[in-house]
Design a protein around this ligand. Structure first.
Ligand code: HEC
Length: 182
C-alpha cells in the first residue's frame, strides 16, 4: 500500500516535471516559429516593369538601408519631405545624368518633365511607379536606371534603391503632383 502511494506520488511528480519541461519546450518552439515566421514572411511589395507590367525582380539585398527596407515592405518613400534626403537626391540626380535629359529642375529637356501632374506613364505619380520606371527604363528612350554612367546589366552598378528614393523625394519636392497618390 505504501509503495503504491509512493508510486502514485512518483507518477504525479514525473507528470508534473514532464508538464513543466514540455511547457518549456513549447514556449521555445513557439519562439522559434515566431522567429521563422517573421523571417519567411518578410513583407515585400511586388514590382512590375513600366513597359509591359511584367514582374520585375529586384534583389532584396540591394535594399540596404532602413528607409529602403521600409519602401520594399510598404511601397512608401520615407524620404518624402526630408530636407537632407532631398538635397542628396538632387546630387544623385545630377551624378547619374538625369539632368542631361530631364533638365536641372526636372522640368524637362530632351526627356519629359518629371514633376507632373501629367505623366506619360500615369503610374509615375506614385513613388512605386516612378521607382519602377527609373529602375527598369521604358520603351521610349529612357534606359534602365537612366543609363549613361550606369551599366544596367550589373545590379550593383549605378543607382541603389536608397539613392533612387532620394531622387524621387527631390523630384517630388520640385512640384508634387499628388502626394496622396503615392
Ligand atoms: C538619355 C536620356 C535620359 C536619361 C539620362 C534619363 N532619362 Fe528619364 N526619360 C528619358 C526619356 C526620353 C523618357 C520618355 C520615355 C518614354 O516616352 O517612354 C524618360 C522618362 C522618364 C520618366 C517617366 C516620365 C513620364 O512622364 O512618365 C521618369 C520618371 C524618368 N525618365 C526619370 C529619370 C531619372 C530619375 C533619371 C536619372 C536616373 C533619368 N530619367 C535619366 C530620357 C532619359
Amino acid at each position: 500500500m505504501k509503495s503504491l502511494k509512493l508510486s502514485i506520488l512518483m507518477t504525479m511528480l514525473i507528470a508534473v516535471l514532464t508538464a513543466c519541461s514540455s511547457e518549456d519546450s513549447t514556449s521555445a518552439a513557439s519562439d522559434e516559429s515566431a522567429a521563422s515566421a517573421s523571417a519567411s514572411s518578410v513583407k515585400a511589395i511586388e514590382f512590375v516593369d513600366t513597359q509591359e507590367s511584367k514582374p520585375l525582380v529586384i534583389d532584396a539585398a540591394l535594399f540596404d538601408t532602413p528607409q529602403a527596407k521600409e519602401f520594399l515592405a510598404t511601397g512608401n518613400n520615407p524620404y518624402l519631405g526630408n530636407e537632407e534626403a532631398i538635397a542628396k537626391g538632387k546630387k544623385v540626380y545630377q551624378l547619374y545624368s538625369c539632368t542631361q535629359c530631364h533638365g536641372p529642375e526636372a522640368k524637362g529637356q530632351v526627356g519629359p518633365g518629371l514633376t507632373g501632374p501629367n505623366y506619360k506613364y500615369p503610374k509615375n505619380s506614385t513613388d512605386k511607379g516612378m521607382f519602377e520606371t527609373v529602375w527598369h527604363g521604358t520603351n521610349g528612350g529612357m534606359g534602365a536606371k537612366g543609363v549613361g554612367l550606369m551599366d544596367p546589366t550589373d545590379p550593383k552598378n549605378g543607382i541603389t534603391p536608397d539613392e533612387l528614393l532620394k531622387i524621387i523625394a527631390w523630384v517630388r519636392s520640385m512640384g508634387n503632383p499628388d502626394p496622396a497618390a503615392s
